[in-house]
Each structure stands twice: as C-alpha cells, then as structure tokens.
Design a protein around this ligand. Structure first.
Ligand code: MG
Ligand code: ZN
Length: 246
C-alpha cells in the first residue's frame, strides 16, 4: 500500500522514500527491466515487514460507560452524559502521544428496546463534542447493539462484536491499520480485559464504574489484567510511562 501511494502521489520526498524502499527490498533494475532475484527474497520479507509495521498504529481502546463517562445504567439521553473526572485530559494525552483512540462499547439497550440506534448515535455525537471542547479526540467509535436472548430482530442475535468477543477491535484494526499486539484496552469490566487479551492486546481494569464490583470476582478471572488502576487518567499515565520505558 505504501509503495502504491508513492506511485500515485509523486513528490521529491516520496521519490526518495520509494527509491530507498526499492534498495531496501532488494530490487534490481537491469536493462531488461525491473527484476527481483530469488536470493533477494531473503531481504524482501523483512523489508515488507518493516513497510507493513510503518503503516500500523498503536491504539488505546476505551470502554464508554464507567470508563469515559459515568455509568448511569442504559444511558438513553444526551442530558445524562457526565464525563468522568480527567477522562478528557487522559484522551488528550493519548492524542498527543500519537496513539489512535477508539471507543468500543456494548449497547444492548438497543436490542432490549430501551432506546433506538438513532438515539445512540445522538449520544455519541454529543459525547465526542464534549470531549472536543476539551481538545480530546476519538479516532473511532464502535458499538455493539446486539443481545443474544432479548428483544427483536435484527438486534437479537449471538454476534461477534459483543465484548468480550473481539469483533469491534478487529473491525477498528482493519479500518484504522492498528497494531493490535502493541495496543491496549481500558475498561471497568473483566470482559474488557478479556476482549483485549483475545486479540493479543493488553487489558487494563479501571476502578471507576463497575470496576470495584469486578475486582470482587477476581478469583474467577482466568488471567490477570496488565494493571489495575483507579481511573482512565491513571491507566493512560501507565501506558505512556511503559511506552517510553520500552
Ligand atoms: Mg463499562
Ligand atoms: Zn454485536
């Protein structure tokens, strides 16, 4: 993809990168045209890996209720949105450090008939507006409106996107070119941690929202979160500290 982009957007700098990439990949130009010699495949494979990793981004996936905003239980109007203290500041810090920020949220209230999907979109529009007011930006918002055994079609079904199923993370990774094993998921339920671990990302539990209740069931956890922290701001501090250390 990167090579194609260089072809379609030529500039001095791009040509330089393209030429460097050719050299790095082990291409040879002969009078018969462009050739890749068999021995060069040894160079080609690590070269391609570098090109692929260059276009991938580290992400921090963020649960919504109990992590970014207060969990009021099936939040169904924009007036109920209340940001958790320092949540916007935390997201702003992630933006500054170059992480993609992606909200991933289970919203079975749609399947259960508590509010329509259009209301959910209004709520997310308002939530992102409130964050923008504090110069905090989300690169993506993904939600699961399903529930396996309540409500009506098409929302009543076993899906691949209700956390801890990893569908939302996988979709975001495809849309935003994310490097999942280098990414993190922050949430107040163990299912958030489990969801992260299913895609090879690190799961972080926050003690806002239902976090304290989740902690009481610690004995049942098949594996531990990477860290347990008081809130989103502390989770982000930990991610940035560890990222800079590594
Ligand atoms: Mg939550
Ligand atoms: Zn779903």
């Amino acid at each position: 993809m990167t090579v194609l982009r260089l072809f379609t957007r030529p500039s001095c700098l791009d040509n330089f990168y393209f030429a460097s990439a050719l050299v790095f990949l082990g291409f040879r130009i002969s009078k018969f045209g462009l050739k890749i010699y068999v021995s060069d495949f040894v160079n080609l494979i690590p070269g391609l890996r570098v090109l692929i990793s260059l276009k991938q981004h580290r992400a921090v996936f963020l649960d919504r209720d109990g992590t970014i905003c207060e969990d009021v239980g099936y939040l169904n109007s924009v007036e109920q949105i209340q940001l958790i203290p320092r949540a916007a500041e935390a997201i702003r810090r992630l933006n500054e450090k170059g992480f993609k920020t992606v909200m991933v949220t289970n919203q079975s209230g749609v399947a259960r008939g508590f509010f329509p999907e259009s209301r959910l979109k209004e709520i997310h529009f308002e939530l992102t507006r409130l964050l923008r007011e504090e110069e905090a930006f989300l690169d993506g918002v993904y939600y699961c409106p399903h529930y396996p055994d309540e409500g009506e079609e098409p929302y009543r079904r076993i899906c691949e996107c209700r956390k801890p199923a990893p569908g939302l993370l996988l979709q975001a990774a495809e849309d935003l070119d994310l490097d999942l094993p280098a990414s993190f998921m922050i949430g107040d339920h163990y299912s958030d941690v489990e969801c992260a671990q299913r895609v090879g990302a690190q799961g972080i539990l926050v003690l806002t929202g239902h976090g304290q209740e989740a902690l009481l069931k610690k004995e049942n956890w098949p594996s531990l979160p990477s860290i347990i922290v008081p809130d989103l701001y502390e989770a982000v501090r930990w991610i940035i500290f560890n990222g800079e250390k590594g």
